[in-house]
Design a protein around this ligand. Structure first.
Ligand code: PEP
Ligand code: MG
Length: 588
């Protein structure tokens, strides 16, 4: 049994078999079996070698028919290796003498052979080293439970273990089968983490090298509350965590009981709690969790989940679907925020390799350089605006010109629609995200030119403290409790209040109960939250008074260390609203 620690990003506990994604080239762990099991391992080995040889034979025959003898001969070499008695003896050796598993014997033997071929003085052998790697993967495919490289192969319940997953891969996960995610890379607000949280899948990121230590089919435990992955748990641990998984479900159910109660503090202030969504289908759950509308619709997921750039009509249909589901409740549509880690497959030619993609041509910058893309979206948003209360906001605004240009493009599209006699809401509210320090520092000037602000702390933190939000190696430096971040949020709220502009906060902080008191204390009265986190935020709101929150915000703002400030916030919320303990053994 091995326990690996990471960063908890989506709560809940899952116990299931691992599905190691894209681990084709990772080492297979060296595992020994009791000697009584050795004959079974030999049998597995023979079967796998036989199946791989049959596959190669079929490929050779097809190649010969299509491409001729010469190319088919490559596979004669593969077949010769797989059927070579000396090689078969060599692979069997470690199983018989060291009692290792068949997969480890294949992995180690083929690896060693490939290395000796690579170092060979004869070019003939050097050129064939990669063929041996190919053969190794082919034989292993018959020994480990599943083909290892495609998520589509996950056709039964399992825990996806991966070195990394892109947001589009995460979006495509089949929720029926994925019980949890365990990712080696990433931080608390990486988009994969946000999506896992939104999908309600327990997840731990920043696990280092877990994907190298786990084999598909092994049982693992993911504890999304504590940020732990336990590989090959013993019977006592399994029992304990199965109980914990049950209790964590009961706890979530008990929080749900109060989800439709008003989000009102003890001294009577009403807090607006909205939902963050990536897809309109999430709205039903957001409303069921108690959301009063949608404060952030990340429309770029239309692109990330598709193999082509969505047409104006496809975008309109998605927005219309969202508005219908909201049934009169407000919807804030954020214009496309692509680039950096959100790279769609279906829009080739839009992106170039950049040295610093998070500081590069992403988000509103990309839209302003590709006006067709931008205008198509704005037309779809405007047409949908007749169906219900819609607002539009621009992401990553970092200087006044960008805001003015964006508004001008919107104005152009409005005029085109007017000319064409197409109806839209002429009073559509226009807002911007504050997620770059330059925008936060200039909030007063921006407040004169927009109807509302939405503070995106996920990016605001990374740009303020210069810490990549997806880099697990420096994740401990990424903190919403950093005094500089607290100060920026405070100043933005003040600037908005002075100008009479509404302000909400939609970064992941809004859904973290440890920050709820701070945010209320800083003056926020609207939070846009990942839907599964709404009940726990509402519970805090209903248990505190504004005066209490303001005192805490003053104390937190006066602490100069982010860690101390965070501890203060955590201790205070735990004191005011004690966390239900899931009852697991302390100190594990
Ligand atoms: C943010 O940066 O806080 C935000 C909400 O936007 P995203 O997470 O999509 O970058
Ligand atoms: Mg952002």
């Amino acid at each position: 049994m091995q326990t690996q620690r990471g960063i908890p990003v989506s709560p809940g506990v899952a116990v299931a078999r691992a599905f190691v994604f894209d681990a084709g080239d990772r080492p297979i762990p060296r595992r020994q079996v009791p000697s009584a099991e050795t004959p079974a391992q030999i049998q597995r080995l023979e079967t796998a070698l036989g199946a791989a040889a049959e596959e190669v034979e079929a490929i050779r025959d097809r190649t010969r028919a299509r491409l001729g003898d010469e190319l088919a001969r490559i596979f004669d070499f593969h077949l010769g290796m797989l059927r070579d008695p000396a090689l078969r003896d060599r692979v069997r050796g470690p199983v018989e003498s060291e009692n290792v598993t068949a997969e480890y014997a294949v992995h180690a033997t083929f690896r060693a052979l490939a290395e000796s071929f690579e170092a060979h003085e004869e070019p003939f052998f050097r050129e064939r080293a990669s063929d041996l790697d190919d053969l190794r993967r082919r034989v292993l495919k018959h020994l480990v439970d599943q083909p290892r490289s495609t998520l589509a192969a996950l056709d039964r319940p399992g825990i996806v273990v991966a070195h990394d997953l892109t947001p589009s891969q995460t979006a495509a996960l089949d929720r029926r089968h994925v019980k949890a995610l365990a990712i080696d890379a990433g931080g608390k607000t990486s988009h994969t983490a946000i999506l896992a949280h939104a999908l309600g899948i327990p997840a731990v990121v920043g696990l280092g090298d877990l994907a190298e230590r786990v084999t598909t089919g092994e049982t693992i435990i993911i504890d999304g509350d504590r940020g732990e992955a336990i590989v090959a748990p013993d019977a006592a641990t399994l029992l304990e965590y199965r109980g914990a998984a049950r209790r964590s479900k009961e706890q979530a159910r008990s929080l749900l009981e109060s989800r439709q109660l008003p989000a009102e503090t003890r001294d009577g202030a009403t807090i607006e709690i909205l939902g963050n969504i990536e897809f309109p289908s999430e709205i039903d759950e957001a409303l069921a969790m108690g959301a009063m509308g949608v404060g952030l619709y990340r429309t770029e997921y239309l692109f990330l989940a598709s193999h082509h750039a969505p047409t104006e009509q496809e975008q309109y249909d998605a927005y219309a679907d969202a508005i219908r589901r909201l049934d009169g409740k407000p919807l804030t549509i954020r214009t496309i925020d692509l680039g950096a880690d959100k790279m769609p497959e279906g829009v080739p030619g839009l992106f170039r390799d950049e040295r610093n993609p998070f500081l590069g041509c992403r988000s509103i910058r990309l839209c302003l350089q590709h006006l067709d893309l931008f205008k198509t979206q704005l037309r779809a948003v405007l047409r949908a605006s007749t169906l219900g209360p819609v607002r539009v906001m621009f992401p990553l605004i970092s200087n006044m010109m960008e805001l003015r240009q964006s508004r001008m493009v919107l104005q152009d599209v409005m005029e085109d629609l007017d000319d064409a006699g197409v109806a839209f809401d002429h009073d559509l509210q226009v807002g911007m995200m504050i997620e770059v320090p330059s925008a936060a520092l200039q909030a007063e000037a921006f407040a004169k030119e927009v109807d509302f602000f939405s503070i995106g702390t996920n990016d605001l933190i990374q740009y303020t403290v210069a810490v990549d939000r997806g880099n697990e190696r420096i994740a401990s430096l990424y903190s919403g409790a950093h005094p500089a971040v607290v100060r920026l949020v405070r100043e933005v709220v003040r600037a908005a209040d002075r100008a009479g502009v509404s302000v909400s906060l939609c970064g992941e902080m809004a859904g973290d109960r440890e920050f709820t008191m701070l945010l209320l204390g800083l003056g926020l009265r609207s939070l846009s939250v990942t839907p599964p986190a709404i009940p726990s935020v509402k519970q805090v709101v209903r248990s505190v008074s504004l005066a209490q929150c303001q005192r805490l915000a003053r104390r937190a703002g006066a602490v100069d260390s982010p860690r101390e400030a965070h501890t203060l916030l955590r201790e205070e919320v735990d004191r005011v609203v004690p966390r239900h303990s899931a009852g697991r053994t302390a100190g594990r």
